[in-house]
Ligand binder design. Structure first.
Ligand code: CAA
Length: 382
């Protein structure tokens, strides 16, 4: 529906084939181990580097592929058709690296972005055990020292890519009395003295995406690793999340499409009472509803990605997209299980895994409840 450039179509077709051959076949294996499967992850990571996809979103001057927000979403969307977990991994990696791209100093860009383009992994550290939705309520604190450096203490929870990331973009209070205006962002390397990375969480879904707790014990951070000016961290995080919420829409669309393809093939083959089940309106109408949702998601993804690509504010559009696409994706995966009946409930047919993956989309990077606050607040204020 969206008119991609010739180059974007080429990238889409390349990523589609790569996903079919390299990503889709390993998604199940990553789910089956319950805890994060490092061995499979390392193979996927190496392949993503080999194809040049890790840095496709970064400008060429920093060694990236020069892709804009539409190109990035093409990649996330195609990868999600084979593995929502790996698409989420790319989303979180890009969300964190883009904070440096959009708010970092030229020195930081030259130091870190070529590393990101070469395949070093980044993670976004905002959420804490006692503050996820109330982002300004974080308690990690970075105290400025006489020499300009900071000492970081506290911790983070539910950090996507933790345990595999090389660099963490950590939000911490630099002025605990200033609310949202007292937060700053820091780059913390994985081997920083005082950083402890917890065990991999056991999760309902998205098991191919690493999630751990982080704890900070007197980590010294040079002033040169603060991203943006002191106190700007909350806005930097919110802007990053505006972009990441487009990726969640993209993942929801890709995952939904994959589930529907499986259900469609099944509805064609499976017969009851002498007819393929697609001949029954009770089944066929499910596909009508699912297709209408898929189409709406698709339109919203490319419209919002285009706003971002053109440097336009997209807070409400991204929140609306994430709110509806995560709900529709969960509903679509649920209906696909229903079409497959008992087989849908079996791991063999994959759709039960997609349903478990889909649930995360309503929680991560802004819960549906927070997104309703963002959308209603903006709409009612007009
Ligand atoms: N873009 C730019 N600036 C923004 C902004 C945006 N999208 N949203 C808010 N701001 C600015 C406001 O304009 C305001 O600035 P001024 O004071 O200068 O006017 C400032 O930030 C404070 O805004 P609010 O008063 O609206 O802040 P709030 O405390 O009421 O919070 C909220 C608003 C929308 C609820 C916000 O806290 C929020 O989005 N919470 C959800 C956070 C979230 O998504 N958490 C999950 C993290 S994802 C994760 O951790 C997983 C992973 O690994 C990737």
């Amino acid at each position: 529906m969206y008119k991609f450039t010739e180059e974007q179509i080429m990238i889409r077709d390349m990523v589609r084939e790569f996903t079919k051959n390299e990503i889709e076949p390993i998604d199940k294996a990553m789910d089956e181990t319950l805890s994060f499967n490092m061995e499979v992850y390392e193979q996927v990571h190496a392949k993503l580097i080999e194809t040049g996809l890790m840095g496709i979103h970064l400008p060429e001057q920093y060694g990236g592929g020069g892709g804009d927000a539409i190109t990035s979403q093409i990649v996330v969307n195609e990868i999600a058709k084979g593995s929502a977990s790996i698409a989420l991994y790319l989303d979180a990696n890009w969300l964190a690296a883009d904070m440096i791209l959009e708010h970092g100093s030229e020195e930081q860009k030259q130091k870190y972005l070529p590393l990101a383009a070469q395949g070093k992994v980044f993670a976004f550290g905002l959420t804490e055990a006692s503050a996820g939705s109330d982002a300004a309520g974080i308690r990690s604190v970075a105290v400025k020292q006489e020499d300009g450096s900071y000492i970081l203490n506290g911790g983070k929870a539910w950090i996507t890519n933790s345990g595999v990331a090389d660099y963490y973009l950590i939000m911490a209070k630099t002025d605990p009395n200033a609310g949202a205006k007292g937060i700053s962002v820091f780059i913390v390397p994985k081997d920083a003295e005082g950083l402890t990375i917890g065990k991999f969480e056991h999760k309902m879904g998205m098991r191919g995406s690493a999630t751990c707790e982080l704890s900070f014990d007197n980590i010294r951070i040079p002033e040169s690793d603060r991203v943006g000016r002191e106190g700007l961290g909350f806005k930097v995080a919110m802007i990053a999340l505006d972009g990441a919420r487009i990726s969640i829409g993209s993942i929801a669309h890709g995952l939904s499409q994959h589930a529907m393809e499986i259900a469609k093939a099944y509805a064609n083959e499976r017969t009851t009472f002498g007819k393929p089940i697609k001949a029954y309106q009770g089944v066929a109408f499910k596909f009508a509803d699912m297709y209408a949702k898929l189409r709406a998601m698709e339109l919203m993804v490319w419209e919002t990605a285009e706003l971002k690509a053109n440097g336009k504010k997209h807070t409400v559009e991204a929140a609306s997209l994430k709110l509806m696409s995560s709900l529709w994706c969960k509903e679509i995966c649920d209906e696909c299980i229903q079409v497959l009946g008992g087989n849908g409930y079996s791991a063999e047919f994959n759709v039960e895994r997609f349903y478990r993956d889909a649930k995360l989309l309503e929680i991560g990077e802004g819960t549906s409840e927070i997104l309703r606050m963002v959308v209603s607040g903006a709409y009612l204020a007009q």
